[in-house]
Ligand binder design. Structure first.
Ligand code: FAD
Length: 414
């Protein structure tokens, strides 16, 4: 079997890329080892929740998933507050001041994965190999040829590695990775507060790392607490009452009314935090995207958003190549994608790394206050910050900036 594109990994990023590519008229094979669990809006809120920027919502809309998400469970947020423990520095952003309807939307990862899976199933031009996994990569007449666990062999002009942080495809393509372990974990949990969360994304930088409260549809909050690994392990082992007391201590002391005291909590889990950047995003007729290409600190909730921008970026580059009658896996075409997306994700990864550095105990208070002072007082800096956080900066792919796939394809015919 020979396809235009083989996408390995149908997580949120790979499934989006595969659907958009098929909608753009490319023949696509998708290889995934686990089918996502069916989602039911009566089920308890899942532990993994992501903040999707308006640009990402548009991309997921083009992939046919956003409408399904809106029929189930989601929570827009219109205000964002960032402060430090002493509240000597405080930043506040509202959607209205930037003429936006919302700054972003919180959705459970499981719901996004399930909605995208439905899109994959109904979209023509896609063959799904699931459950299956890649066992080998060879080249036949210069094109990638993939061996699967099931014994099947499939070929394509282009190979896409969207297989997550421990990407097998990255290794098979021989792409090195810069790797930085933070020695921290991201502890996640859904908590209820005495007064409900009314659409506020709140984050406080504590000595061990940032603690975020992100609003959910039922007024509860999804917390992400970045902590040294040993502290996270200790918190995970606490009973609920003691854990709640620790959160209430961490959020106390502010003059502001929210977050209010936590009254109950659900199960908790912790994930190791690292920064990873592929040294290149393209090699030997293959490209990387999503966590396979870059892993960033979750403090700005940008990981999956960056991946969705990669997916939209690749479609844009490939449609443009086809328009110019150039091979979609031509080295120059793939380099265009790779340079564009790597420089954008590097800005985000190093930006998050730097912001995190400003808040570690050894960091200089005056430097921190200076940084926050610049962001809070300069409209230009605030505007640039929000454009990037909403996925709508000038370098973002067209699909994140209001264009549709139909617009891209129409441009192709002119
Ligand atoms: C604590 C925490 C909080 C976070 N919060 C946010 C947030 O608020 N906002 C945000 O944008 N991001 C957030 N992130 C980051 C976000 O979760 C990731 O960036 C995102 O899930 C990556 O998606 P992906 O599709 O690239 O990779 P994955 O979700 O890892 O998907 C990879 C897929 O590939 C499949 N696969 C892997 N290997 C193979 C193989 N060999 N063959 C076949 N299939 C394979 C897997 O089964 C999986 O389905 C957070 C991360 C952490 C740790």
């Amino acid at each position: 079997m020979k396809y235009d594109v083989i996408v390995v990994g149908a997580g949120m990023v790979g499934a989006t890329a595969a659907t958009l590519l098929a909608r753009a008229g490319f023949s696509v094979a998708v290889i995934e080892h686990h089918e996502p669990a069916p989602f039911n809006k009566e089920q308890a809120v899942g532990l993994r929740v992501s903040a999707f920027s308006p640009g990402s919502a548009d991309i997921l809309g083009e992939a046919g998933a956003w409408r399904q998400i809106e029929r189930q469970r989601f929570c827009p947020y219109r205000r964002m507050v960032v402060e430090d423990r002493e509240e000597t520095v405080r930043l506040e952003f509202s959607a209205a001041e930037f003429g936006l309807e919302r700054l972003g939307t919180l959705v459970e990862n499981e719901l996004v994965q399930w909605s995208l899976w439905q899109s994959l199933l109904i979209q023509g031009g896609i063959d799904l190999f699931c459950p299956d996994r890649v066992t080998s990569l060879e080249y036949v007449d210069g094109d990638p040829s993939i061996g699967l666990d099931s014994g099947k062999i499939i070929q394509s002009r282009l190979l896409v590695g969207a297989d997550g942080a421990n990407s097998e495809i990255r290794k098979l393509l021989g792409i090195r990775q810069d790797h930085w372990e933070y020695g921290q974990s991201g502890l996640v949990c859904v908590v209820q507060t005495v007064t409900p969360n009314n659409g506020l994304a709140w984050q406080r930088f504590l000595e061990g790392g940032p603690l975020a409260f992100l609003p959910l549809a039922d007024g509860s909050s999804s917390i992400v607490w970045s902590l040294p690994e040993a502290d996270a392990a200790r918190l995970l082992s606490l009973d609920n009452d003691t854990f709640i007391a620790e959160i209430n201590h961490a959020i106390s002391g502010g003059e502001n009314h929210w977050p209010d005291r936590v009254s109950s909590c659900g199960p908790k889990a912790a994930f190791p935090l690292s920064m990873r950047l592929g040294e290149r995003y393209a090699a030997r007729r293959g490209v990387l995207m999503g966590d396979a290409a870059h892993v960033v600190h979750p403090l700005a909730g940008q990981g999956v958003n960056l991946g969705l921008l990669d997916a939209a970026g690749l479609v844009e580059v490939l449609v443009d190549a086809r328009n110019r009658n150039v091979d979609i896996a031509d080295e120059k075409t793939l380099e265009k994608y790779a340079r564009w997306r790597r420089s954008e994700s590097e800005i985000m990864a190093r930006g998050m790394h730097g912001i995190r550095g400003l808040f570690i105990p050894e960091a200089l208070g005056p430097l921190r206050r200076l940084g926050f002072g610049v962001v809070s007082s300069s409209w230009t800096v605030r505007d640039a910050f929000i454009k990037r956080a909403t996925g709508r900066n000038r370098n973002a792919p067209a699909l994140a900036r209001g264009q549709t796939l139909t617009d891209l394809l129409r441009a192709e015919h002119h």
